[in-house]
Design a protein around this ligand. Structure first.
Ligand SMILES: Nc1ncnc2c1ncn2[C@@H]1O[C@H](COP(=O)(O)OP(=O)(O)OP(=O)(O)O)[C@@H](O)[C@H]1O
Ligand SMILES: [Mg+2]
Length: 441
């Protein structure tokens, strides 16, 4: 329906409500043949019921009626949301101001005075019906608009969910690419302890052989009854030849060393598992210094040929966060710092808390970032690295992760001197999912 053809759809319904048969007939005569569907009702109660059953487009309502007067009928009609929008014209011979005010208070939309003037009634009826039709038109279109908005909102929500899942996939891919970059270093880190564990196990084998020979020599001496001086000297000679004293001193040291190697491998594997895991959907109370340590552990080999790493950890309150995601941020900042250093430099990892926030800064003595690039480094795919070395997604993903934690990444850089990236995260966030907060409580 458009505004141009609103009169052509279905004849508007007009109620004529009057207890007097003559007055009803008069109004009916005036309005019939004008394209309206007319219904005459002889009391207020009947009018109210009929309006509820099938709301008309206009009610011409007599004021003076025996059981329920027009004011009351009008008030009830306007009180009910189902009938509130039906225009009510009060037909009255009372021309006094007070009565009109009473009618306005009851919600009347217009007045027609008795004796009835045909032109006046036709004009007012037409005008009020037009207003009602415009109202209906707007209401209907508001409904259509509302539905369109709802549909668009659903579409948008779906698109946002898809985008989020794509972002998560991209973040995961970036993370795995980083693990790929670090693989050689991690392999080296694991190989080192494996090397000395293997060598220790070899030595253990030889030591065991010698110990067994020595135990047998001792046993022979014991089984010969009363071991004499000669036999005792023989055993002592074997002890010297087999270097039993050295073995006894070396074994505990080798055990400690082997244990350390095993622990190192265990911790690298644990950090790696934690780092590369698809992100958990739950937040955890985490110690960010510990996160930094395990990330440094994985990146160790990547960093150690480029820089001396200095740790300046301050005391931090535990924060509710997605630790693997933050590890990914720290890893990217650390790898970026190492890449920025040409031959040898220094990387300083600091952490501190102030106010209701914790801060982690990663500074390097690398090449720095030229001013014209500084505003672009957080853009997705912005990279100055050669193809295959960087995708340019690291900082944009890191920025997204930190923002999801309610925080921000700040950068200061001086070309030729180095850069400092500072991550700041609020200790607690008001918009934390209630469940996660409760679980940690
Ligand atoms: N510490 C830094 N020192 C100097 N330049 C940096 C530093 N960190 C980032 N940059 C600049 O910002 C660019 C974007 O970094 P970003 O981490 O987003 O991507 P990338 O390191 O190039 O690739 P990747 O996706 O593998 O991380 C880098 O290519 C580099 O030019
Ligand atoms: Mg990077």
């Amino acid at each position: 329906m458009t505004l141009g053809d609103i009169s052509g759809i279905k004849p508007p319904t007009v109620f004529i409500v009057d207890d007097d048969q003559g007055s009803r007939q008069l109004l009916d005569d005036i309005l019939s043949g004008k394209g309206y569907a007319i219904r005459c009702l002889s009391s207020g109660e009947l009018a109210l019921q009929a309006a509820l059953d099938e709301p008309p487009d206009l009610i011409l309502l007599d004021v003076m009626m025996p059981d329920m007067d027009g004011f009351e009928v009008c008030r009830l009609l306007k009180e009910n949301p189902a009938t509130r929008f039906i225009p009510v014209v009060m037909v009255t011979c009372l021309n006094e101001k007070a009565m009109r005010l009473k009618g306005i208070a009851a919600g009347a939309d217009d007045f027609i005075s008795k004796p009835i003037d045909t032109t006046e009634i036709l004009l007012r009826t037409r005008n009020l019906l037009l207003v009602k039709q415009y109202h209906d038109f707007l209401k209907e279109h508001a409904g259509i608009l509302e539905q369109q908005v709802r549909l668009r909102t659903e579409e948008l929500e779906k698109a946002i969910a898809e985008l989020k899942s794509t972002q998560q996939q991209m973040a995961q891919q970036e993370k795995m690419a980083m693990v790929g970059q670090l693989t050689a270093g991690i392999a080296h880190e694991i190989n080192n302890p494996i090397g000395f564990i293997a060598s220790n196990v070899g030595s253990f084998g030889k030591y065991c052989e010698k110990l067994l020979i020595f135990i047998e020599a001792q046993q022979e001496a014991l089984l010969s009854g009363q071991p004499d001086r000669r036999q005792a000297d023989l055993v002592l000679e074997q002890r010297r030849q087999l270097k039993i004293d050295y073995i006894m001193k070396d074994i505990p040291e080798m055990i400690v060393e082997t244990q350390e190697g095993v622990d190192r491998i265990k911790s690298i594997v644990r950090d790696l598992k934690c780092f590369s895991r698809v992100d958990e959907s739950e937040q955890k109370l985490s110690d960010i210094n510990q996160c930094l340590e395990s990330t440094l552990n994985i990146a160790k080999n990547e960093l150690k040929y480029k820089a001396k790493v200095r740790r300046e950890y301050g005391e931090l309150p535990q924060i509710l966060c997605y630790p693997q995601q933050l590890n990914q941020v720290f890893m990217n900042l650390l790898v970026n710092a190492a890449h920025a250093i040409d031959s040898q430099g220094e990387i300083t990892v600091r952490s501190w808390s102030a106010g209701e926030r914790i801060f982690v800064s990663i500074s390097d003595t690398g090449c720095g970032i030229p001013a014209q690039q500084l505003s672009r480094i957080f853009e997705p795919f912005f990279t100055t690295k050669e193809t295959g070395k960087g995708t340019g997604l690291g900082l944009s993903i890191s920025n997204e992760i930190v923002r999801n934690h309610g925080g921000e990444i700040m950068v200061e850089s001086e070309p030729g001197k180095g850069s400092t990236f500072t991550v700041s995260i609020p200790v607690s966030r008001p918009n934390l999912p209630q469940k996660a907060a409760e679980r940690q409580a």
